[in-house]
Ligand binder design. Sequence first.
Ligand code: PCA
Length: 160
Amino acid sequence: MTKFHKVFVYGTLKTNEPNYHWLTEKENGHSRLVGNAKTAQKYPLVIASRYNIPYALDKEGVGENIKGEVYEVDDLMLSKLDILEDHPKYYKRKVKEVILEESGEKCEVWIYLLHTFKDSMLNLPFLVSYESKGDHGLPYVMRYLREKPGSEYWSDVKQE
Ligand code: PCA
């Protein structure tokens, strides 16, 4: 039997954002949009690193109730998302609660949070909702456009 999971995306995986194609690529498995939602708790959502990457920091109670989208995904898609987000070394996938916009219903979902981040990131502006081309003027730099491949830029945001 196929097992489904719910994932809340708040960054580049949202509809029409730079990594959205991962969720729609047939070879990555199944995904279905459940609806818009916001986190039940507050988190700091910031844009950081030399590549302008969005991060929800693992610091509950600080920041905003973040807006995003809930997807139903299968095992294969979840494993593909884990590869994209490099869970658990880079982002860490955790279970949190969100509130669905349409029904007001609460639901438990997976969310990719940045753990062990630099304290200075808490001085950045906290967003409610992410858009790569938003008026913050910090558009996301796609992987294939980056100077060097690899994860050397993690040192911009990760606390050793
Ligand atoms: N992708 C994941 C986490 C941050 C990002 O850019 C997401 O959209 O939820």
